[in-house]
Design a binder for this molecule. Sequence first.
Ligand code: ATP
Length: 341
Amino acid sequence: MSDKRSLHPLADRTPWTPVHAKLHRTIRSRHLFERNQRLLVAVSGGQDSLCLIKILLDLQKKWGWYLSIVHCDHCWRSDSQANAKHVENLAKNWGVSFYIRTADEPLKSEAAARNWRYQVFSAIAQENQFHCIVTGHTASDRAETLLYNLIRGTGADGLQALTWQRLLDNGIVLIRPLLEITRMQTGQFCQDFQLPVWEDSTNQDLKFARNRIRQNVIPYLQENFNPKVESVLAQTAEILQAEVEYLEQAAVELRQEAMVISPDEAYSIKLNRGVLQKAPLALQRRVMRQVLQEIIQSASSFEQIEKLIALINAPNRSETDPFPGGAIAQVEGEWIYFKQL
Ligand SMILES: Nc1ncnc2c1ncn2[C@@H]1O[C@H](COP(=O)(O)OP(=O)(O)OP(=O)(O)O)[C@@H](O)[C@H]1O
């Protein structure tokens, strides 16, 4: 056990570690939770979510929270049932109510598993009046997501990588309180408190891109470039998050100024070129992306946005190729019209 711990009145006779202190500071300074809330904590059984639930349990009395645990059995590992039972036993020992859902059939991909998992969390939270769903994502997850998105090709929006809070469709908030704590710290914490971590064998499988980043890329960067690479990447994500929020809001305002919607006309959406010409390129691109998203109903590519940007200063009658779904954009004097072919 680390000698840094001491007793702290907040933790009600539980040893108080620097990780407790950091999380407690984060919760207060970022206003992540309020007193007396009902929190549904997603526990996989891995070191991050065990560290999370242990600290929340230690702080529970002081904050007056009602805590429950949810676990999803994706059925894609031979030990997934044993994993679920393990988490259930922990919940029982801690006297915490436990929700489990088992996939009807093994889910095909990581993405499918994640979608299903969030649907489950969301439905259970809604049915049982939880205010928030809490997950154990760490600074290390944030750094890996940022790197992964950077390599795949993404704008600043993809680099903000895992936000502290996300509002789900049904109005329930997803909260990630461990974003300033690294995996190394959660591992040490679990060792200190002898928390029985369930090792997920698929975490070692290098066929998953995320695992290659975690096992190969990050250690290489730590060794050859910066031992604190995880924390600095996580901080970059944090800075970008605020910048993206600011830019996106400015783009919404610019779009409102530039866009006219007239449902009765053949060209129902038009953008005023004069308004856009005065704006910086960063906002022009965001406006075009927002408009295109509405028109093609899916994420747009860099090339598609650049074609629209070119129209802001293009000669009269210039037009783009058709976008998916058949719409084109065409210049007519002061306006860019979006027209369905
Ligand atoms: N099977 C599970 N049951 C309950 N909670 C889970 C499960 N898997 C993951 N979680 C929750 O999600 C957090 C992140 O887990 P992990 O990093 O494995 O997921 P991810 O797929 O990379 O993240 P994301 O879900 O945001 O894409 C965990 O700390 C835990 O809170």
